[in-house]
Design a protein around this ligand. Structure first.
Ligand SMILES: [Ca+2]
Ligand SMILES: [Ca+2]
Ligand SMILES: [Ca+2]
Length: 429
């Protein structure tokens, strides 16, 4: 007699239920595995430090989710946000930036957004995505310093931007002989741009900018030698490398206060400047508060003069009243060799000319038909340089007048013939 094995109630689950069970198991396993789902802590990442970096989470998750960051700012703080990488598919991802007293910014796409400056409180960033999204963004933020860093003579600066100025620039008590040098090394692959925003040199004072730093075997070599003739101008100097060496010498008894300058790696505006946006061409990449609405086009696209002095966005102010008493001119009136404003503000500092116009090397526009016609129309005569042919304007004018005279004579002759024919017909009729 054999013991009877207890009957096991074996019930096989249908295959579809097995699949669902497996799927639920995978999801449950994924949710219980922090390394796969917990790319964000579930509450905002609060940033209190003066500067830092924020980027999209590197971990991939199986579900739609979002991450938040809060950049803490006081009522007087200005927070600067500059994007380094930005590649978000608008169909599945979005970065929303919320700041006090401003509408929310919703960002997505494959174009790096312009830098943002926010004043007066916390800035909240929320990145949300659907489960298939795999793109990324990276940005830097920084609170603008309330006071510019004090930099004295003979300093080495190794940040990617900064301010340098002569000792007398902040205090007249330093007026007198000086010999200072600043070694700038941004430790970056990008070239450096120096902008001398204030120059007040006396006769005999000198300010030299070199590429490279002292001690380089082949460098430094001189990029620019500034003296009193550059006073009251804004001068930009580009260094091919991310290193530069600035040497300032003031003679005894000088009455010059020296200079104030900023430097930064190219492609980056210092936090207290504004990006021009668009293709900078020969224009500046950034403009300062002083350059905003000062009547000079610093950006090639005129961003620094857009909507100034009561003009609506997309229009620019005339220095005096223009055609029909207008005080603003539009982009189509800009650099077309037709003076719109009484002070010709629309024809100054042309970075490009309207179609049908030629840009002189000194930045003026003339009619294209005046190029290589034997008469100098540009002040610098660049319209007559590099001409492989010359079609004198006098010849063209003479040909046109000659044609008109011939046409007139032909009409008179035909009229006389018709009249004679009519008289003869009458006589013989
Ligand atoms: Ca300007
Ligand atoms: Ca014009
Ligand atoms: Ca000409």
């Amino acid at each position: 007699m054999g013991a009877r094995q207890p009957l096991r109630a074996e019930r096989r689950a249908p295959p579809c239920l097995v699949l669902v069970g497996l799927l639920l198991g995978v999801i449950q396993a994924a949710e219980s595995n922090p390394s796969r789902t917990a790319v964000c802590p579930g509450y905002p990442d609060v940033r209190r430090e003066p500067q830092g970096q924020i980027c999209s989470p590197s971990g991939r998750v199986m579900t739609s989710s979002s991450c938040s960051w809060v950049i803490v700012g006081g009522p007087d703080d200005i927070i600067y946000i500059g994007f380094q990488h930005f590649f978000l598919s608008c169909g599945s991802e979005m970065l929303i930036i919320r700041a006090p007293n401003q509408p929310s910014r919703k960002l997505c796409g494959y174009t790096t957004p312009e830098s943002i400056r926010v004043k007066g409180g916390n800035v909240t960033l929320t990145y949300s995505w659907k489960f298939w999204a795999r793109n990324r963004f990276q940005l830097k933020y920084e609170r603008e310093p309330k006071t510019q860093p004090v930099v004295s003579c003979n300093r080495t600066l190794d940040d990617f931007y900064g301010v340098i100025y002569s000792p007398a620039f902040s205090s007249d008590s330093h007026l007198g002989a000086a010999h200072c040098q600043w070694v700038l090394d941004a430790h970056d692959s990008r070239p450096l741009t120096l902008r001398f925003t204030v120059l007040n040199l006396d006769i005999g004072d000198s300010l030299r900018v070199y590429d490279g730093v002292p001690g380089d075997p082949l460098l430094p070599h001189l990029l620019r030698n500034l003296d009193y003739t550059s006073n009251n101008k804004i001068v930009s100097v580009d260094s091919p490398s991310s290193r530069a060496w600035v040497v300032y010498q003031a003679v005894p008894g000088t009455e010059g206060r020296g200079f104030n300058a900023t430097y930064h790696v190219q492609g980056f505006c210092v936090p207290w400047d504004f990006p021009c946006g668009g293709d900078s061409g020969e224009g500046a990449m950034c403009y300062s508060t002083v350059e905003r609405c000062d009547g000079n086009w610093d950006c090639a696209n005129g961003a620094d003069e857009d909507g100034c002095h009561g003009c609506p966005p997309g229009q620019y102010p005339c220095g005096g009243r223009g055609i029909g008493g207008a005080i603003c001119y539009s982009a189509t009136d800009r650099c077309n060799y037709q003076t719109f404003c009484a002070d010709a503000a629309d024809e100054r500092r042309c970075y490009s000319c309207q179609p049908g116009n030629f840009r002189c090397r000194d930045g003026r526009c003339i009619y294209e038909s005046w190029v290589c016609d034997g008469q100098a129309d540009c002040v610098d005569t660049s319209d007559e340089a590099d001409c492989s042919y010359i079609l004198p304007r006098k010849v063209v004018t003479a040909a046109v007048i000659g044609s008109l005279v011939c046409g007139l004579l032909l009409v008179i002759a035909l009229g006389c013939t018709c009249r004679l024919y009519a008289l003869r017909s009458h006589d013989f009729g």
